[in-house]
Write a new protein. Structure first.
Length: 198
């Protein structure tokens, strides 16, 4: 990555609206690396990741057509904390390496700012990859309503997911805060933060 380019993480808990902010900065002309979709792609396209997943969770981790057997992987990887830790130990470093490659490409193309969107900034160790963090926040009741509306989950199921992401919930010192509470205008907040970078 060139020293001129800033790599910024867009993060926040479930239902905070980080994807809305990610779309906003894309519309404003900036590139965004979606950690969730890219990690899923790496699990299929990266041969080293494939081999590690097969060793950890069996050959049936992949279907005969080469695609990921999501049902099998979910069943075994989320069965206990140790299995999930094994999955994360494979996927998170591969994603971090892919982010570095992608960021280098953005820097070489002349970008001064690029973004990653992630719900697992600290869990995946991605806070060590970026130059700055923009933390999208919203009141718990707003977040619960948003997730219920889009997913069909119950309020308790959403609360359970929020509790499972407790490491990601707190705004750390130095992080920039974007308030997405359905009342405070987003565009001026994003524009102001961008103007400090460009």
């Amino acid at each position: 990555m060139t020293t001129e380019m800033k790599l910024i993480a867009l993060t926040g808990g479930i239902g905070s609206g980080k994807s809305v902010v990610a779309h906003m900065v894309q519309v404003m002309g900036h590139q965004v690396y979606d950690c969730d979709s890219r990690a899923k792609r790496l699990m299929v396209a990266d041969e080293q990741v494939r081999q590690q997943l097969k060793q950890a969770f069996g050959e049936e981790t992949y279907l005969p057509d080469g695609s990921l057997n999501r049902q099998h992987l979910s069943a075994v990887a989320f069965a206990d904390d140790q299995a999930l830790a094994r999955l994360n130990a494979i996927v998170h470093p591969a994603t971090a390496s892919d982010i570095r490659r992608w960021a280098d490409e953005q820097g070489r193309s002349g970008a001064t700012v690029a973004f990653i969107e992630t719900a697992l900034l600290r869990t995946a160790g991605l806070d060590r990859v970026v130059d700055e963090v923009w933390h999208v926040t919203a009141p718990a009741e707003v977040r619960i309503d948003r997730v219920m509306a889009r997913s069909g989950l119950t309020a308790q199921q959403v609360k359970d997911r929020m509790a499972a992401q407790s490491l990601e919930e707190t705004v750390a010192p130095g992080e920039r805060v974007i308030v997405n509470d359905n009342c405070t205008a987003l565009v001026p907040q994003v524009t102001r933060l961008l103007s400090q970078k460009e």
